[in-house]
Design a protein around this ligand. Structure first.
Ligand SMILES: [Zn+2]
Length: 337
């Protein structure tokens, strides 16, 4: 009886609480269920008795990790086409999944396509998985970890993909303090982005100055405001460099409150755009970056917001807002489905 209740609780749990970010640990929610965790080890764990029994259990559980595990078992049973169909339902079903779920789905589908000798499709799926991967094991599988050891300008960090060959300085480039996970919420499905300014008159153009400023803001946010990390996900300096500041794995702290921060990417430009104009390089980077974000996360142009859309503030300043309006108009031409 307790076992049944545990299973029922899992089925009734809203799917969104477990999508994409691997925060759930099903083993704590009920005794001995077959629910896999959202990580590569669990999804591709050895299949016992050819999956007999496990597949039936999984079919009753409406969670992304369970569906991914199903697809993997089907693959091991050489039910390749069925495996692909299951993965297509995850990738293109009515419910949008987060990047972690999609990264596993693309990876598993690449295995199936490779077996079917559809090498182009397998390659494309591996590239999609690589773009979205968060899990270290999956990154290792995809051969992404070796490239990470060189501490220089890196592109395609933060799961943003190759669109526009955007270059983003990784978080480690500014030697951050550690995030404090107990104060952080996992990011939910991303569907909007909010533009900010630091409100501080811009410094010089060197990357040293930018790193120092990001570190300073992180210290303020962690030590004075008691936040888990710097509030913004990305910062753009006067030279147009884009810096990853808070991991997209975590919801930001920038728009006003938890509700306003839901699914909301925080992008902050360095400067005070009440009193000064953003640099041309900054605006160019902002537009390229917003374009990539919109494409990557299917954000519609009207969901590109200014901070003052959420609360009474001067942020991000009228001199920047004018550019945001123009960018929004240009990006509204992009089909985001
Ligand atoms: Zn702001």
């Amino acid at each position: 009886m307790p076992r049944l209740l545990g299973l029922l609780a899992l089925i009734l749990m809203p799917a969104c609480s477990s999508t994409s970010l691997g925060t759930g640990n099903p083993s704590t929610r009920g005794p001995r269920t077959a629910v896999p965790s959202l990580n590569l080890g669990s999804i591709t764990a050895p299949v016992e008795r050819h999956g007999v029994g496990e597949l039936e259990q999984l079919a009753r559980i409406d969670l992304p990790a369970a569906k991914l595990r199903q697809a993997y078992i089907l693959y091991t049973q050489r039910e390749t086409q069925k495996s692909i169909t299951t993965l297509n339902r995850i990738l293109f079903g009515a419910e949008r999944q987060g990047p972690a779920v999609e990264s596993y789905a693309y990876y598993l589908r690449s295995l199936a396509f490779a077996r079917q000798k559809k090498t182009d499709r397998a390659k494309a799926d591996r590239a999609s998985a690589a773009k979205l991967a968060i899990d270290k094991d999956l990154k290792a599988k995809l051969g992404l970890l070796a490239a990470n050891s060189t501490p220089k300008l890196a592109s395609n960090k933060a799961g943003l993909g190759t669109a526009g060959r955007l270059e983003i300085y990784p978080r480690r480039a500014w030697s951050p303090r550690k995030p404090i996970p107990s104060r952080l919420e996992p990011m939910s499905r991303i569907y909007r982005v909010t533009v900010h300014h630091t409100g501080m008159f811009a410094q010089g153009n060197s990357s040293q100055e930018s790193k120092a400023l990001i570190s300073k803001i992180q210290r303020q946010h962690q030590l004075e405001r008691n936040w888990g990390d710097i509030g913004y996900h990305f910062m753009i300096d006067p030279a147009g460099r884009i810096w990853s500041s808070r991991s997209l794995r975590y919801q930001g702290a920038h728009a006003g409150n938890s509700q306003k921060n839901r699914g909301n990417v925080g992008v902050c430009l360095m400067g005070n755009f009440v009193g000064q104009d953003p640099s041309a390089a900054q605006i160019r980077s902002l537009e390229r970056f917003l374009r990539v974000l919109c494409l990557e996360y299917k954000i519609s142009a009207e969901n590109i917001k200014n901070h003052n859309d959420f609360m009474d503030t001067k942020c991000p300043g009228p001199k920047l807002e004018a550019h945001v309006s123009q960018i929004r108009r240009r990006l509204s031409a992009i089909a985001t489905h």
